[in-house]
Design a protein. Sequence first.
Lengths: 226, 275
Amino acid sequence: MMRWAMVIDLRQCIGCKSCSVICSQGNGVPQSSWRRVIDCGVPEYAHRERLFVPVHCNHCERPPCLEVCPTGATTRSRDGIVTIDQSLCLGCGYCVLACPYQARVIIDREFHLPPGAARRNRPEDYLGVCTKCSFCSERVDAGLARGLQPGRDPEATPFCVTTCTAGALHFGDIDDEEGEVVTLVRENRTAVLQQEFGTGPGVYYLVPEWWRDFPAKAAGGRVEDR
Amino acid sequence: LKIAEAVQQRAWGWAAAANLNLGGVGAAFHLSALIAGGGRPDLPAAPFLVLAGFLLQTIETGRPLRGYKVLSSVLQPDGSWMSREVLLGVVFVIAGLTDWLFPHPLLTPITATAAAGFILAQGLLVYRARAVKAWTTRTVPVLLGSLSFMGGSGLLLAIGGQEPGQIQGPALLALIVLTVNGTVWHLHESTRPGRRRSGAGVGVWMGAHALCGTMAISVAALGAGRVVELLAGGLMIGTGVLLKTGLLRAGRMHPLDLSTVLAKRSGSEKASPGR
């Protein structure tokens, strides 16, 4: 079986948010709706290490959003990608309250895309319905159909991965024992979000040695001016 | 490591609370009348309350015209409790109104079953919203059901209609419901994680229960008049609605926590992805 997964190297991430910008441009969605970067603050360490955590849909093995969706708009494909069919979504918000990753949003106001943004979907198609990261499934599928390899060939890889300025994002098949993402997870200190929920997330974070000592007062997704 | 604090849920607002309140009170009113009054209510208030709840919900729904699609997954074993709630609510409304217009003995059990299932589905619907910490306590479905009955039996008490000297079924039922609700609420408050008690909130809750209970006792035992019935019923409806709305509106999303699943291994001792 194949299952697409993403590895995010927090040791490399510089918090530039280029992944969030290209996600919005490439998929034609409001910025930070599919992908946001949480700045865990500036600690009072001598070396002032920073921690930025990109957060988006975890494409879970057992997605809590899937079991609550009343219309069948949310589906999980055989390759593990969880998607929303906008034409079926009711905008009831139930999946937003079921997702422990806070990765789903309802677009409740009109938005405008910058020049050059993708126009595959009209902005009004997103109005009133739920949306979230799709791992650029259309791009991945189109690439596969052309014989390309997602994660290696940029045309078949999610926008955020291809654009990451720090090389912190990696995409590939988590069931491929010899693949890059499995190797990264094996050989590094790895963390996941919301482990207590047991959803089997498809996003792994490579964390620095000092991450557990990151002071609690710096955490909380805030940026503090000093 | 906590990377983002818990934030208040914003997906369900006052319309969702109104839907759960109106539907719960309506269905529980119907059942209360069957239990305490010995038959279905004379007025078709219950189906209209459930219907009003559904209509109000459409205000908050992004694409209400797609509402019929809710029933598409209702027969699946792992289907959504929202689909089940809507199906049972629709059955209740149709059967309840039909029973009022064209009474038939067969419609009574159908309506009662749909009403009971509807109240259960409402509780489980909220419980399955896993990202909201306060809603995933096991007591929540029972608590929401008992709050529905608080409003339903309160409405029955307020409507009255019992002859003086008869056994006051609605008042006795109200007393039972108040006792059950008080017990469940206490259990819920003592078991839910990260609880934050508000002294004023607990005081209001205890005062309302004590007042409702005293008035219900005076109606049941002393045959107190319509004014007391109306006051007790109104207070029960108000308390039930306030508690349910508070539970729904105050729900906070789980904070985002990052935790290690695999430590770096060396040599041949290698871990595999945690799946």
